[in-house]
Design a protein. Structure first.
Length: 676
């Protein structure tokens, strides 16, 4: 896990006794040992956890100060045998003032301490009565447990044995202000932002904290760890829920039980390379760094070695098998509706702009043309035009199966479009004859020319039909096919006047069609046709099979399983990960079909598993096709709307690449670092 740029962190909420540091130290150490046993390299505790947040004026009592000092010394000493970095909260006296501090401890040493920058003095909060703010410090060092250590809100703790792990400490209110200290820390390189909090609970506050922490992590392209005070704090005037949150770049990775009367520990595996990839690509992040560089250069970097376990640490982070498809039914429904609306918006806007009132589309009875036809029909409905303005054609060739042809006609009839059929076999035969191809004379010679003559004839007919009827040709090809180069260049399925599926991956196409069928928006006959299409083998149907219902080709047998290739595409296109990391992640996600979240629409008996050797084989095929052999097709794509943050392959959008690049570096990295 750590070799591939992941890091396990923990957030702890111990039971406390107000003004009883000895008791609190015992419970802090117990949770720290549990976190270390779980493999966490960093464990965060609540604000003023050694003393209790609600001590009020007891903070100024010498007896409590002595008890805190002794408890801190014990935690520091015992940390020598605990393999996690502890971040604990404590009231510390220095320079004639009392500071509310977050203290980083590891290996029997204090690494540094950060005082709270913003002290609330409104509503139920009176911290300015007891504490001084960070800006009032007179020295940038402090003595803790007999050690003189760095002191300030400007500390960046930088791991020298885990690339990209840099953490910063802030306390409660610091994360709520307009310009939080952690924001500057993130700009200076911090990737793990830590907030020790007390934060009493009132109605709606838990939701607000959750939204604040996730949005904070998204804005700063970072992880955000949050620990709030829980059971044991004084309820004289307030109550405490002990909310524990671990967020990463807008995602909530883990949350602990609230209102528990026992200690809690939650942990999650951070993806440091995801954060690095997003910061690298987000140019405005670097621009903001430039604008604040004077302040950022003054921040202090403190090196440390994280207690990374010696042996293998299995990744517990759940990696979605279908990164383009949410596993949660409600989220999937929302995703399908959103993609559908984007597609319809794109096509309807293009029709308005060109003044076109008709669309021409080839319907094969396969997934892509089915989704494109659905979008075309919905576009007519939106524009108030008759569905018969969709001119839909089946164009059977030498290998068209009875099933796909029947499904295409059933669907066109159910949708009420103007349906027709053009048999391309005569024109394709004539072209083969003109080329001197043996197939024109009945010889079973099924080469690339044989296939592309059929694909080209279909598209040529569609464009001439569009000329004849004053219409636009709707492209049907999807993102997965473009990535793999599984399309016919030029006057083939590569080309159209406007494409609607070009940034929708094959795995999502399936769910869009299933979603349309389940909503019943087009009636039961259309629903039955859609379900039949979903159960059909994915094939270009260009080479004859053994009989009319048996296609002689399987797309996935040639280019690989789409569910696996879409996984590879997402992580290469979205983050630029190395092949070995993608293989590691794919193996974690796909090695066991009984584990983890699956989209509900996949029956249990259709849930696949892939071993590492299979993943390596198809990843190599993907890399060769994506980087080296098919970019020239993507460089001349027709217009199409981008639908998701997972990326598009338009040369005018997300992806610009040379058509004559070599995939050697990627294939070599895969071969060197992934065993067969």
């Amino acid at each position: 896990m750590y070799r591939h740029g992941f890091a396990r962190v923990a957030v702890a909420v111990p039971q406390v006794r107000v003004a009883d540091p000895a008791h609190n130290a015992t419970h802090t150490l117990a949770l720290a040992r549990r976190a270390a046993d779980a493999g966490a390299v960093l464990t965060v505790f609540p604000e003023l956890g050694l003393s209790g947040y609600t001590a009020d004026d007891l903070f100024h009592q010498d007896a409590l100060d002595v008890a805190v000092t002794e408890a801190m010394a014990r935690v520091v000493a015992e940390s020598a045998d605990i393999d996690t970095v502890l971040i604990v909260g404590a009231p510390l006296r220095a320079q004639g003032r009392l500071f509310n501090c977050a203290v980083a401890i590891h290996g029997g040493a204090v690494l540094g301490a950060a005082p709270k920058s913003y002290l609330p003095g409104y509503r139920e909060f009176y911290e300015k009565r007891q504490f001084a703010a960070a800006r009032e410090a007179l020295d940038d060092q402090i003595v803790i447990a007999g050690q003189r250590v760095p002191f300030g809100a400007d500390l960046l703790f930088t791991a020298d044995n885990l690339d990209g792990f840099v953490f910063h400490l802030e306390i409660c209110e610091d994360g709520w202000v307009p310009l939080p200290p952690s924001g500057y820390a993130a700009l200076a390189g911090a990737t793990v932002l830590v907030n020790l909090s007390a934060s009493n609970i009132v109605i709606g506050k838990a939701d607000y904290r959750r939204a604040l922490c996730t949005s904070h992590s998204a804005r700063y392209l970072a992880a955000y760890l949050y620990s709030a005070a829980g059971h044991g704090e004084s309820t004289t005037d307030m109550a405490w829920d002990g909310q524990a949150l671990i967020c990463e770049n807008g995602d909530l990775l883990a949350e602990g039980e609230r209102f528990a009367d026992h200690p809690r520990l939650v942990h999650a595996d951070l993806d440091l390379r995801r954060l690095a990839a997003d910061r690298l690509r987000t140019t405005s992040f670097a621009d903001t760094v430039h604008d604040h560089r004077e302040r950022l250069t003054r921040m202090r970097r403190l090196p440390l070695r994280l207690p990374i376990p010696d042996g293998p640490v299995p990744l517990t982070r759940q990696l979605p098998r279908f990164p383009y498809v949410p596993s949660n039914p409600a989220a999937l429904d929302e995703r399908c509706a959103e993609v559908h609306h984007i597609q319809v918006e794109g096509l309807s806007t293009r029709m308005r702009a060109t003044g076109s009132q008709r669309l021409v589309i080839g319907v094969s009875g396969g997934l892509d043309s089915t989704q494109a036809l659905i979008v075309a029909v919905e576009t007519m409905d939106r524009l108030g035009l008759p569905r018969t303005n969709v001119l839909a054609y089946t164009m059977p060739g030498f290998a068209t199966s009875t099933r796909t042809r029947t499904d295409a006609h059933r669907l066109m009839a159910a949708l009420g479009v103007r349906a027709a059929e053009i048999d391309i076999r005569p024109s394709a035969t004539q072209m083969l004859r003109d080329l001197g191809h043996p197939a024109a004379e009945g010889v079973a010679h099924y080469d690339i020319t044989y296939e592309n003559v059929q694909a080209g004839e279909r598209t040529s007919h569609l464009f001439r039909l569009a000329n004849q009827h004053g219409a636009l040709v709707v492209g049907t090809g999807d993102l997965s096919e473009l990535a793999l180069g599984w399309c016919t260049f030029g006057v083939g399925d590569h080309m159209a006047h406007y494409s609607v599926n070009a940034s929708v991956p094959k795995t999502l196409i399936k769910y869009l069609i299933a979603w349309t069928a389940d909503t019943g928006r087009f009636g039961p006959e259309a629903g039955e046709a859609l379900k039949s299409i979903l159960q059909t083998e994915i094939s270009p149907e260009l080479v004859p099979g053994a009989d009319a219902d048996d296609p002689g080709q399987s797309s996935e047998a040639t280019v690989g399983p789409y569910e696996l290739q879409d996984f590879h595409l997402y992580y290469l296109l979205r983050f630029g990960y190395s092949p070995s990391r993608i293989a590691y992640m794919a193996h974690r996600a796909w090695s066991d079909p009984t584990v983890g979240a699956w989209p509900e629409l996949i029956p249990a008996d259709q849930r696949n598993a892939y071993d590492l050797a299979t993943i390596k084989r198809w990843l190599a095929e993907f890399l060769r096709r994506f980087i080296q052999t098919s970019q020239f097709k993507r460089s001349t794509l027709p217009n199409a709307p981008k639908v998701g943050s997972g990326g598009s392959l338009s040369p005018r959008g997300d992806w610009r690449a040379p058509s004559d690049a070599s995939a050697a570096a990627w294939l070599d990295e895969l071969a060197r670092n992934v065993p067969d």
